[in-house]
Design a protein around this ligand. Structure first.
Ligand code: CA
Length: 509
């Protein structure tokens, strides 16, 4: 063999090796998990709620990876899940509220004052064109095209029945276990077949998983066992994989995970709260089991684990016990709200080869950032997408805590929908923007702008709008300009058909 041929052979061998070494990627997505629902403190100090919950495997992931203390999702499920798949902000993709399992069934509560906004209530339909649905290139399809084996396990909730997005295969997944149109399980209990009881099954009965029917296997455990099974082939075939393990936990129904519930009852928690804590610990065990499996198969060092929740913790009664809107303290309110309790979520990332173990990143990031970050981790470049991507990669923040992408980058939430029958703090018809330490909250119903300094006041108790009118002006213009550019769904008044003002059209106090 001459020198040139030898060099060429070496080059191709190196290239092949590099391709084989592309990192595996796991998104470990929790449903409705609040910022305080863990023994890992995401705030400056350990809070009473951190002491209530036991998440030793999250603690381990935080020790070995990067803890993001200013990570955000949207106030409810489908907007966040669609942002993760497309890299678009919810105000841009137009799925501003959770989607019904049924087609053409907007989930907004009726309101005396407002007409329903024209949002994408059929959800996300991948590359297919469907009325009132988002058409955009899905992340798993791009990864699959790049050679990744793509797996979805658990809750999907991207599109309504009868639309392409109801089936994860249409978004580029090669495997789908237990994902469909519904946003929560009918039952977590294997003894109840996860809801699949003849004559009693609702649209929320969890598909697949028949081998666990009639057993004591809790849904979280069944999904974990199936996720682990699905990884065996790609690992044996040395094919990089993308696993989207989206647990149904810890969404209601708040049923007890019997493996863990007793100790919380013994600690004196009311039944619902003990159940809630057991759902959290069951989820945490799943994380631990998955990490142990990766180690046993020798792939842990080449696997990136991204832990995220799709919105803040539920804080309404029922089914929670105690005072409504207090379950994420010191954060204000909970799921459904644009206050911090509804949108700030726990986020951890471990990339053994590139992240700095035990580091803390305070840079504000949001769920659409997962899209460009995951593509960067996978080494997928020059991506062509139908949509304009809004997210920014947080990969630079993994290797250094001092390099900041853009700490002053504005983050936006837009929820022109009625989630609950009764209005609550930051719940029903709100928008918000955060830039640096400042956050502006816009109530569409009250035509009111509030201003908070999150560094001094993470609980959003002291409205500083009167003291800082220039900041209110700056942020309301930034927010409004972006809503106009994105053609975000807007409300109209029933009385006269007029559009609700953009925040920069509201009279300042
Ligand atoms: Ca959710």
């Amino acid at each position: 063999m001459n020198k040139i041929a030898l060099l060429a052979l070496l080059f191709f061998q190196l290239k092949a090796t590099a391709q084989n070494q592309r990192p595996n990627i796991i998104v470990f997505l929790i449903d409705d998990m609040g910022w305080m629902d863990t023994s890992v403190p995401f705030g400056d100090s350990l809070q009473p709620l951190n002491k209530r919950y036991h998440t030793p495997n999250m603690e381990r992931l935080a020790r070995e990876g990067v803890k993001f203390t200013n990570a955000y999702a949207t106030p409810v499920c489908t907007p966040s899940r669609s942002s993760l798949m497309t890299g678009m902000n919810a105000a841009h993709h137009g799925i501003t509220n959770w989607t019904s399992p049924w087609r053409d069934d907007p989930t907004d509560q009726a309101d005396k004052e407002f007409e329903r906004a024209n949002w994408n209530y059929n959800g996300y339909s991948g590359l297919s064109e469907v009325p009132h649905a988002l058409q955009a290139t899905p992340l798993p399809m791009l990864l699959n095209n790049a050679g990744y084996f793509t797996i979805h396990v658990g809750k999907a909730h991207w599109g309504s029945i009868g639309t392409p997005g109801s089936n994860p295969y249409n978004l580029g997944y090669q495997v789908n276990i237990a994902g469909h149109s519904a946003g929560h399980p009918q039952s977590y209990q294997g003894r109840e077949n996860y809801g699949n009881i003849p004559g009693k099954a609702s649209v929320q009965a969890v598909p697949d998983l028949q081998e666990y029917h009639g057993t004591d296997t809790f849904l979280t455990e069944a999904l974990t066992l199936e996720a682990i099974k699905s990884l065996k082939d790609p690992i044996e075939n040395k094919r990089p994989f993308f696993l989207h393990l989206a647990h149904y936990a810890i969404h209601d129904p708040l049923q007890p995970d019997k493996r863990f519930v007793q100790k919380y009852l013994d600690a004196g928690l009311p039944a619902q709260e003990a159940n809630y804590a057991s759902l959290i610990e069951g989820m945490d065990k799943s994380l631990g089991d998955l990490m142990k499996f990766l180690e046993a198969r020798g792939v842990a060092n080449n696997t990136v684990v991204l832990f995220m929740s799709d919105n803040g913790g539920l804080s309404l009664v029922p089914p929670r016990a105690g005072t409504a809107h207090s379950h994420n303290l010191p954060l204000r309110a909970g799921k459904g709200s644009v206050y911090e309790g509804g949108i700030r979520v726990p986020m951890l990332v471990k990339w053994p080869k590139n992240s700095k173990a035990g580091s803390i990143c305070s840079e504000p990031v949001i769920i659409e950032d997962f899209f460009p970050s995951i593509l960067e981790i996978a080494g997928v470049k020059q991506v062509k997408t139908v949509q304009q991507v809004d997210g920014k990669s947080f990969v630079p923040a993994l290797s250094s805590t001092t390099i900041k992408n853009n700490p002053d980058r504005p983050l936006i939430w837009h929820y022109p929908n009625k989630w609950q029958v009764v209005d609550g703090p930051g719940i029903n018809y709100y928008s918000a923007i955060r830039k640096g330490d400042w956050k502006l909250v816009y109530s569409m119903r009250q035509q009111k702008l509030e201003l908070y300094n999150l560094k001094e006041d993470i609980g959003e108790q002291q409205d500083k709008a009167l003291q800082h009118p220039e900041k209110v002006k700056e942020l309301s213009k930034l927010l409004s300009d972006q809503l106009r550019i994105w053609k975000a769904p807007m409300l109209t008044y029933k009385a006269n058909g007029n559009r609700v003002p953009y925040p920069d059209e509201v009279k300042l106090p």
